[in-house]
Design a protein around this ligand. Structure first.
Ligand SMILES: Cc1cc2nc3c(=O)[nH]c(=O)nc-3n(C[C@H](O)[C@H](O)[C@H](O)COP(=O)(O)O)c2cc1C
Length: 369
């Protein structure tokens, strides 16, 4: 009944993310190599901590975002409605999944529009892939995606790895930076550049800054691996060539903790950096902020929570993350989420080596050498 291949792929992705181990294995997010120096006497009470956050001219109750995931298949409408209701009630941003499916088939637009209906005042981020905006129609497509959900910003996802390891992929990025600049010039909303699990380097962050983006979501390695998802999809369809590619690139990328430092080192103070990719607890959120991010987001854990127990389970998951963040702030001696960026950190192992080799150590970060 639903013939669109893009739409069917959306459902395959969700099912695989629910049924298989799709996270990086050999490469972690790096957060486990980042340590706060425990503060036994911080002169703080847990109830005086401020978790509010600001980004792109808006205030949020927490430095947390629902990362881009879905829309584009009729079965995803309920998921987006639930995620939007959660974003509205917690006053946190909602990043929608790629709207390509609805640009190809207008009857799928409601699977995204539901988000604005369910979250009239939330900060909603529209989403398109870099492959879609390269080309003459880029600006028009982006305007349609933004209008579809009355979005407050547009995220352009840079998912070259994912495009390269899937049979239907479009790994052609020639002109991508110019296409992003055109969007920046023509759209009425800010443009956010995001990766989807392989991370952003300082060089790419500089180029994106020159292209005029208003924020960067590092989308680092260590969480959901799109090469892993495509490995399973190709295995299931008997496509051994692409299964091999997916397996080979399963652990490719820049770990999230590293990518936060790379991007932060390339952008001015105050430029919003969002951390997604393997953020799995409030302690990870605290570490992401201490490394220089302004906000952290989760995708896979919220999708799995939704399928475990709907809206209540998503809210429960986020309540745990918020409480973990509060306790981490207390024990690190940070009164506000924004002051986490000044808290001393010790970084060890592979992550420390990477930061040193690339010259991306921040002042509050110490390494063993
Ligand atoms: C089921 C699923 C679908 C996703 N779809 C999109 C998408 O359409 N557009 C996008 O920019 N990122 C998408 N992502 C990537 C996430 O936004 C995020 O950057 C990445 O999954 C890393 O976060 P995680 O480890 O918490 O899952 C998706 C992630 C998941 C799990």
């Amino acid at each position: 009944m639903y013939s669109s291949k893009t739409s069917e792929r959306k459902l395959d992705h969700i099912n695989i993310c629910l049924q298989e181990d799709v996270e990086h294995i050999a490469l972690s997010s790096g957060f486990e190599e980042v340590f706060f120096i425990h503060n036994a006497a911080p002169e703080l009470s847990i109830d005086e901590l401020s978790l509010t956050s600001r980004m792109l001219g808006r205030s949020f109750s927490y430095p947390l975002a629902i990362a881009a995931m879905t829309g584009g298949h009729p079965a995803t409408e309920k998921i987006n409605r639930t995620l939007a209701e959660v974003a509205e009630s917690l006053h946190i941003p909602l990043f929608l999944g790629s709207q390509r499916a609805a640009l190809e088939r207008s009857d799928l637009a409601d699977t995204y529009r539901i988000a604005r209906k369910a979250a009239p005042s939330a900060f909603i981020v529209a989403n398109l892939g870099a492959s879609q905006i390269v080309g003459e129609d880029g600006v028009k497509l982006a305007e349609r995606a933004v209008d579809m959900v009355e979005a407050d910003a547009l995220a352009v996802h840079l998912n070259l790895l994912h495009e390269a390891v899937q049979p239907e992929g479009d790994p052609h990025y020639k002109g991508v930076l110019e296409a992003i600049s055109k969007l920046v010039e023509n759209l009425e909303v800010p443009v956010i550049a995001k990766e989807t699990g392989a991370g952003i380097s300082k060089e790419v962050a500089s180029a994106l800054l020159d292209a005029g983006v208003s924020a960067i979501d590092v989308g680092g390695a260590g969480g959901t691996s799109w090469a892993a998802v495509e490995y399973y999809r190709s295995q299931r369809s008997g496509d051994f060539f692409y299964a091999r590619l997916g397996k080979s690139f399963w652990d490719w990328g820049i770990p999230t903790a590293v990518s936060i430092c790379e991007v932060r080192s390339a952008v001015p103070e105050g430029f919003p950096v969002i951390a997604t990719g393997g953020v799995r607890s409030g302690i990870d959120v605290a570490k992401a902020l201490a490394l220089g991010a302004n906000m952290a987001g989760m995708a896979l854990p919220l999708l799995r929570a939704y399928f475990r127990g709907g809206k209540k389970a998503v809210l429960d998951e986020l309540s745990c993350v918020i409480e973990e963040l509060k306790v981490a702030m207390l024990l690190a001696g940070a009164k506000s989420a924004s002051s986490l960026s000044e808290v001393p950190l010790l970084v060890v192992g592979f992550t420390a080596m990477w930061l040193k080799a690339r010259g991306t150590l921040r002042e509050n970060v110490k390494i063993p050498w």
